[in-house]
Design a protein around this ligand. Structure first.
Ligand SMILES: C[S@@+](CC[C@H](N)C(=O)[O-])C[C@H]1O[C@@H](n2cnc3c(N)ncnc32)[C@H](O)[C@@H]1O
Length: 344
């Protein structure tokens, strides 16, 4: 089946990288078919259609997951809509909603939604009706360049989560906490899944651990500051996350009984996140040696660093290699680099 993903356009590379990492983690076979600005089309075997719900609960840089029904253009839109066996898919009621990806392509979307809704309504001959509030079938039409993708939306990624989980809304808050959206994406980029273990050796307020814990990943958090350790525990308990271990330690001295599948972390730099008086460069280099020891050979590390740090230099005394990098411009003088490191 062909799946159309509507992507967040706030970053050029993260949405696709996150999708690939999650599909691989969940062992869903796929191949990419087409890509446009904000849209990715991929093929997955029909038997995996039930697994799409899991993806909807994991993605952070994807807005909607839709099933492709018809690919057409303006000239053939009405005939294609008339020809389609809507009776076979519409359960009870439906809504038609248009998304214009190409802002130069201006037309009255509500008018066209009503027109297409009318054609579909006629073709189902009273066996269903329009319901804009809570339809059993949400038909999403995507207009991009000269093409129109007629799809059925299978899943909408709830923005509410990212809003409700903003750091200042948690029981424990401290400046420098990561946004839930990026935290979730970093967890996803490591390729962990439910039941695996993920470590954040610089856990701060626990933003990364929260996102992993919600996915059913077992989490381990470490911070040198006791206040952060207590705060992270409070935040995890507030989300009813039970499989956690959080303790106070220097990230360079962590010892664990078993190796972990994934590490996702946002070490300190700059003014707001304390480096414990340590020069960040040394701290990073030494912590990376420890992370290499704790990580399984097949595991991955996702790390955020400021653009002025040379990661190639930082990993010199380890067997890590950079397999992916993404850049997030925070403001004029700071870009965050998200790197995926694997053991070579
Ligand atoms: C950028 S903050 C992490 C923010 C976190 N991602 C969040 O969402 O709250 C970095 C954290 O590293 C901790 N830290 C600094 N030096 C450390 C060290 N040597 N070992 C462990 N933690 C350290 C700081 O106490 C701080 O909480």
């Amino acid at each position: 089946m062909e799946i159309v993903l509507i992507l967040s356009q706030e970053n050029k590379t993260l949405p696709k990288a996150e999708i690939e990492a999650v599909l691989n983690a969940e062992k869903i076979p796929y191949n990419f078919k087409e890509q446009y600005d904000g849209i990715l089309i991929l093929n997955i075997p029909q038997k995996y259609s039930n697994s799409l719900k899991i993806l909807g609960n994991r993605f952070s840089y994807t807005h909607e997951i839709c099933k492709l029904l018809i690919e057409t253009d303006k000239a053939h839109l009405n005939t294609e809509i008339q020809k389609y066996p809507w009776k076979d898919i519409i359960i009870k009621d439906f809504a038609v909603r248009i998304k214009r990806m190409d802002k130069n392509n201006k037309f009255d979307t509500s008018h066209l939604e009503r027109e297409i809704g009318g054609i579909i309504n006629k073709s189902i001959e009273g066996t269903g009706r329009v319901n804009l509030k809570n339809p059993s079938n949400f038909l999403r039409l995507i207009f991009i360049n000269e093409k129109i993708f007629i799809t059925e939306r299978l899943c909408k990624i709830e923005k509410k989560h990212f809003f409700n989980f903003k750091p200042h809304k948690r029981p424990f808050f401290y400046p420098g906490s990561m946004s839930p959206k990026l935290a979730r994406c970093m967890v996803n980029l490591t390729g962990v899944k439910k039941g695996n273990i993920l470590l954040d050796p610089f856990c701060g307020t626990g933003g990364i651990l929260l996102e992993a814990g919600i996915m059913g990943v077992n989490v381990i958090g470490v911070d040198i500051d006791e206040k952060m350790v207590k705060g992270t525990i409070k935040n995890l308990q507030n989300c009813d996350i039970k499989d956690y271990m959080v303790f106070q330690e220097d990230a360079r001295k962590i010892r664990l009984p078993n190796k972990v599948k994934a590490i996702a972390t946002d070490p300190p730099y700059g003014i707001s996140a304390s480096t414990g008086g340590e020069e960040s460069q040394n701290l990073y280099t030494e912590a990376l040696v420890t992370m290499e020891e704790i990580l399984m050979d097949t595991g991955s590390l996702c790390m955020a660093t400021p653009h002025y740090m040379d990661i190639n230099e930082l990993i010199q005394s380890t067997n890590f290699e950079i397999t992916e990098q993404h850049h997030i411009r925070m403001h004029k003088s700071l870009t965050r680099v998200i790197s995926i490191l694997k053991k070579s």
